[in-house]
Write a protein that binds this ligand. Structure first.
Ligand code: EPU
Length: 434
């Protein structure tokens, strides 16, 4: 199992994608990766057994489980039942090693719980990755406002609050997902009241807050840009059903439109994708919202649509590569603007290997659509780029090999199998003959 966020290791698995199929059928969306990993970290706040249901079968959960185990917890994953149970002892460790932190960004979510529970945290600095520099300065500012003393040396952040944390006003310059999560995770056990303004509003943050409330935390303003947290002395373990993965749901929606297919996407919340579905509808998709999801039908060539990524409820950056792939085979031309990550257009060079007509300039990508792409070997550099490249391969003439399959595995459980169930000829091969 390779989990590096860097380029694919030579000899790693490859997705072999035969272009041309129309995707038809039904998919069930698992729980959100970017929620469940933080919920696992949140379990640290209460001694006892916390159980998360609907856990996706992705490798990142194993990394978070190893991190929690290294902190003294016992983590039990039942893949058949899709649950993960975390037994948290009264005394936990406070060090998160580089070996684990470098593999998943979400590991930074242990910072708040560790300082809140133990008064101390030594967290390996995560560094940047394939999509951007990904600093944690706002996480540090939030912890500092709550009374922790923070310093760093030898690649580690040290946060100390021997007398405990105290409520504070935290005003973010930018609604960072991870910094908002760490602020909340620390403030729930601080003395007094904390207000977080310009908080990130992603559904995964509301999910985290709801789980914390079920553990006994007092949080007002859930889902809004202002969170008010009244610290409590102790939290209790809980059982929590994780929010569905809106990025996985959105990926299937784009796939339906690109392949002129018909996919019913179950266990998805259309309200979490309202701007995405509006864009896909402008691009030509017929969308029907159902009780437990939605159905997307593509008829004829899509129309290119402008996309501007922004924090929620803006257009999610994690669906940007799929939208560039979609525009590459659409009628017309459109600008895609990326406002979250400075390097998220890196995969565009791979897409141009498939014949896509894309010009990038800073954080803009101008995409001219065409009727078809032409198959070639390409390399995934991160989860979402990988998914975008597979979708592009589905509408390319011939056989596309997408290297770096392990990146895709981090966010999409059973990606090839699900594509096969929808009628695509996609297989996983361990090496490709020259
Ligand atoms: N940033 C800073 N300093 C900070 C925090 C963030 O400069 O202290 C910058 C980052 O470098 C980045 C931007 O602010 O350029 C956004 O960062 P944010 O904190 O909002 O995102 P994150 O918590 O690092 C999560 C998801 C990402 C998703 C973003 C935005 C997890 C584990 N990751 O990252 O998911 O793109 O929110 O929605 O939750 C993915 O799943 O493929 C993925 C990259």
């Amino acid at each position: 199992m390779s989990l590096s966020t860097d380029s694919a290791a030579p000899g790693g698995d490859v997705f072999r994608v035969v272009g041309g199929a129309r995707l038809v059928g039904e998919v069930r969306v698992p729980a959100a990766k970017n929620s469940v990993l933080k919920l696992m970290a949140a379990a640290l706040l209460a001694p006892g057994r916390t159980t998360l249901t609907g856990a996706p079968d992705i490798d990142d959960l194993d990394v978070m489980a190893s991190l929690l185990t290294s902190l003294g917890c016992e983590v039990t994953r039942d893949r058949d039942a899709a649950t993960v149970a975390i037994d948290v002892p009264e005394e936990i460790g406070h060090r998160a090693d580089y070996d684990l932190v470098r593999r998943i960004r979400a590991s930074t979510a242990v910072l708040g719980p560790l300082v809140a529970r133990t008064g101390s945290a030594d967290l390996a600095l995560p560094g940047g990755d394939a999509i951007g520099s990904r600093g944690i300065d706002m996480h540090i500012d939030a912890l500092t406002a709550l009374g922790a003393q923070c310093s760093s040396d030898h690649g580690y952040l040290h946060a100390h609050a021997p007398e405990g944390l105290r409520g504070a006003r935290i005003a973010f310059d930018f609604p960072s997902v991870g910094a908002t999560e760490n602020a909340v995770l620390a403030a729930v056990l601080a003395r007094g009241v904390t207000t977080v303004t310009n908080a990130a509003r992603e559904p995964e943050i509301a999910d985290l807050c709801q789980m914390l409330v079920s553990m006994g935390a007092q949080i007002d303003g859930i889902g809004s840009a202002t969170l008010t947290i009244r610290g409590v002395e102790r939290l209790s373990p809980t059982v929590h059903a994780t929010v569905p993965d809106r990025i996985v749901a959105g990926t299937w929606a784009v796939a339906a439109l690109m392949t002129r297919g018909d996919i019913t996407i179950r266990n998805a919340d259309a309200t979490h994708l309202s701007l995405v579905l509006t864009k896909l509808s402008s691009a030509g998709a017929d969308i029907t919202v159902l009780e437990d999801g939605f159905r997307v039908v593509g008829r004829g060539q899509p129309t290119a649509v402008e996309v501007v990524t922004l924090p929620y409820p803006g257009f999610p950056t994690d669906l940007q590569p799929m939208m560039i792939a979609l525009n590459s085979v659409s009628d017309g031309a459109a600008m895609v603007t990326e406002n979250i990550y400075e390097s998220r257009f890196r995969f565009v060079n791979e897409l141009t290997r498939l014949g896509a007509d894309i010009r990038t300039d800073g954080h803009h990508a101008f995409v001219r659509g065409q009727t078809r792409l032409s198959a070639a070997p390409v390399e995934a550099t991160d989860i979402r780029a990988g998914a975008g490249l597979v979708l592009a391969g589905l509408v390319a003439d011939g056989v596309t090999h997408v290297y770096g399959a392990h990146h895709i595995d981090r966010g999409y459980a059973g990606f090839a199998e699900i594509l096969q169930s929808l009628g695509a000829d996609v297989t996983r091969v361990s090496e490709v003959a020259p």
